[in-house]
Design a binder for this molecule. Structure first.
Ligand code: SAM
Length: 226
């Protein structure tokens, strides 16, 4: 009998999580009317992103430290045309979008799961970034070859198999493009990608420990000598 009650409780818990994923997140804070973009930034940083962070594990979002780093990188290197592969619910796209809004740039982000595409669009709209970020639905390996480049920044966040995504994106990159790949917090993740990129002719790759145990692998082209 005990095992039956345990099984029943576990099934109800799983059903609850699945229903919540399908329906979307409960009670999001609705944005007030903003008098200026600065007021909106303040609300996104102090209220909306912390609310989204409750669901970080459910959606496999990058940690906040990675989001802050990505935004900084976009602004510091004045990126204008960015691509993200692996949107989930739009958490990292919001950080990238905040940076690109400051540089008057745009982000295209690709997600394979239709329910997540809807969730991401809703979250980007709440953050006031729906004019900066376009969410595309589909398998990035099929979608990216059809996109118009060149992209000067790419963020790949699809788990440990990053190399096929880099290869599909490479023909779409500008000469000065930065390719950032999120390294998930499990042992050995991205080892093949790192080895391949460190041996890849014409590319320079390093790992930035943004928030232990996760990291971001950054690659740029080695400039050609005149
Ligand atoms: C780690 S999550 C992305 C988290 C997100 N970057 C963030 O930090 O908010 C990886 C996402 O990649 C998506 N994905 C996996 N394979 C894909 C593919 N071939 N094309 C597009 N999206 C893909 C998954 O559905 C999942 O939502």
């Amino acid at each position: 009998m005990r095992w039956f009650v345990g099984l029943l409780i576990a099934s109800l818990a799983v059903a609850g999580v699945v229903t919540q994923m399908l329906r979307g997140q409960p009670n999001p804070p609705e944005p007030p009317a903003f008098a200026s973009p600065e007021q909106r930034y303040a609300w996104v940083l102090s209220t909306f992103l912390p609310w989204l962070e409750q669901f970080r594990e459910q959606f496999h979002n990058v940690p906040r430290s990675d989001g802050e780093f990505l935004r900084w990188l976009i602004v510091a290197t004045k990126r204008r045309k960015a691509l993200e592969i692996g949107t989930a619910n739009g958490y990292s796209a919001i950080w990238l979008g905040l940076g690109l809004e400051a540089t008057d740039g745009r982000l295209t982000t690709v997600e394979i799961q239709p329910n997540l595409v809807k969730e991401a669009r809703r979250n980007l709209q709440r953050a006031g970034l729906d004019k900066v970020v376009t969410v595309l639905e589909g398998d990035a390996l099929k979608v990216v070859p059809k996109l118009e480049g060149p992209f000067d920044f790419v963020f790949i966040d699809v788990g440990p198999r990053a190399l096929p995504f880099f290869e599909v994106v490479e023909p779409k990159l500008s000469e000065d493009a930065i390719v950032a790949v999120h390294r998930p917090p499990f042992e050995g993740a991205l080892r093949d990608y790192l080895n391949a990129m460190q041996q890849r002719s014409g590319w320079l790759t390093t790992v930035v420990q943004t928030g232990a145990p996760t990291a971001i692998v950054l690659s740029v082209r080695v400039p050609k000598r005149q």
